[in-house]
Design a protein around this ligand. Structure first.
Ligand SMILES: *Cc1c(COP(=O)(O)O)cnc(C)c1O
Length: 465
């Protein structure tokens, strides 16, 4: 195999030499020593098939043994370029040094008490830092849970309790999780909802300001979409019945849709005027990913409540609800919580992540990554008319693939490009209501050399289809 010859000439660890450490000490190189997936991964995948239900899908069936910087190393000794960050989670890199150090110490000190039984300082410190970091200088409170879905559910609980209202407004292409309520808030039937009903009541979906697909063109999108949404809320629900508007400032699973500028501020103003809690779901966009600490900042949007997870703790399960003190304080004692929420290992990891973002200038690094990726992708879009749109901010970038000369989504060609990238050792993910979006979420610890090499692989894959 030509790939094999090519890579064996590169310096680095020989395939039979055991890799003993992950994190940034891993050689930062793409190195393919078997086909992808290799024999060991294939063997484990067969085991997965008999032990785990297929409902738990697999993007790329290589079994990982080490990861760090901008690479994932698999059981066969292949080193792959990571453009996925485990879905925007390992923003600071896998096994990031500060995370490893703090978690290692914590796991030896104590692993759990339940914060609601006997508290510990790290939980409070994470909340203090979230209160200070999130948009707005009003008095805030935070509490910690285990997943993005749990954060969104809890934000809705808080909004309903504080307003005494029930309706929740969400948007086309939105994704908010897989629990009963958040699955209901999610727009897309397949695979998230199909056959899992009945869904939770009092959820209303409005049009999204999706510039690429707005019928009258992107320049009218913000104003018309906001007017339609507001009119529908007024007429169909009644503003006084709405507890919360829940929206992602850039939609993640829906296809990295950046709402047309002006849409979010218009919804926020409407929410404010009508006593509706504005909840920003920053689970995917948060923590430096978009070249801002939070994507809301881009338009000066100050949400009442903000949900965070994914990038918060370097891969340890943690999520948070942060919001106006008067809203969060409205809930009775014991009304919020959960056994594991704010687990001490996850809290230590989160503190390490926040330190790393600051010390390593990762907000700026995300912008640099965007400024490397966007010009190359725009140039590709000039050459290949299957690329209908290039969008995103910072290290949250996507291309939308269409049938040339139209806006008709082309999911088949998207899948084929992904397969070719994977075969060449580039981990990329898809997204989008129509399955025709390729999304790029590299860890902010990726070296520029790998970023450029990954883009070259993508270029070749697109050229070859
Ligand atoms: C991933 C995601 C969620 C759900 O988070 P989980 O941790 O998977 O429950 C919610 N909202 C957004 C925007 C997400 O990207």
């Amino acid at each position: 195999m030509s790939i094999e010859r090519e890579v064996q000439q590169q310096p680095g660890v020989a395939p039979d030499q055991p890799i003993t450490q992950g994190g940034p000490t891993l050689p930062q190189e793409r190195r393919l020593v078997t086909e992808i997936p290799g024999p060991k991964s294939r063997e484990m995948f067969a085991r997965k098939r008999s032990a785990v239900p297929p409902g738990i899908g697999t993007t790329l069936p290589v079994f990982v043994t080490h990861a760090g910087g901008g690479v994932l190393v698999d059981a066969d000794g292949n080193s792959l370029i990571d453009f996925g960050s485990g879905i925007a989670v390992t923003t600071v890199g896998n096994a990031a040094p500060r995370v490893v150090e703090r978690v290692r110490k914590q796991v030896a000190d104590f692993t759990h008490t339940c914060f609601m039984v006997t508290p510990y300082e790290s939980y409070v410190e994470v909340c203090e830092r979230l209160n200070a970091l999130t948009p707005g200088d009003h008095e805030k409170r935070s509490f910690l849970v285990n997943s993005g879905a749990e954060a969104v559910e809890n934000a809705v609980k808080v909004a309903r309790h504080a307003t005494g209202r029930q309706a929740v407004v969400v948007f086309d292409h939105g994704y908010h999780g897989r629990t009963l309520l958040t699955m209901t808030l999610t727009a897309k039937n397949m695979p998230y909802k199909h056959g899992f009903g009945p869904y939770a009541p009092e959820v209303y979906r409005m049009p999204m300001a999706y510039p690429f697909r707005w019928p009258t063109g992107p320049e009218n999108c913000a104003e018309e979409a906001a007017a339609q949404a507001i009119d529908a809320i007024d007429k169909q629900i009644g503003a006084r019945n709405v507890a919360a508007i829940v929206i992602e400032p850039i939609q993640g699973e829906g296809g990295f849709i950046e709402p047309a500028r002006g849409f979010l501020p218009a919804l926020l103003a409407y929410a404010k005027a009508n006593g509706i809690v504005f909840i920003a779901d920053e689970v995917q966009t948060g923590f430096a990913r978009t070249g801002r600490m939070f994507a809301c900042e881009d338009e000066g949007v100050v949400p009442d409540v903000i949900c965070t997870a994914k990038g918060i703790a370097g891969g340890l399960p943690l999520a948070a609800v942060t919001g106006r003190a008067e809203l969060l304080d409205a809930v009775h004692v014991g009304g919020l919580g959960g056994t594991y929420g704010g687990n001490p290992l996850a809290c230590e990891a989160a503190l390490a992540v926040l330190d790393t973002i600051e010390a390593d200038g990762l907000v700026e690094r995300a912008r640099q990554i965007g400024s490397v990726m966007l010009p190359r992708l725009h140039a590709l879009a000039e050459r290949f008319d299957i690329i209908g749109d290039v969008r995103g901010r910072g290290a949250m970038i996507a291309i939308e693939l269409v049938v040339p000369g139209s806006k008709e989504p082309d999911a088949a060609i998207t899948g084929e490009i992904v397969r070719r990238c994977h075969a060449e050792g580039l981990v990329v993910l898809t997204a989008g209501t129509y399955g025709n979006v390729l999304r790029f979420l590299p860890p902010l610890s990726i070296p520029d050399t790998l970023l450029e090499e990954g883009l070259s692989i993508l270029e070749k894959a697109i050229a070859s289809v």
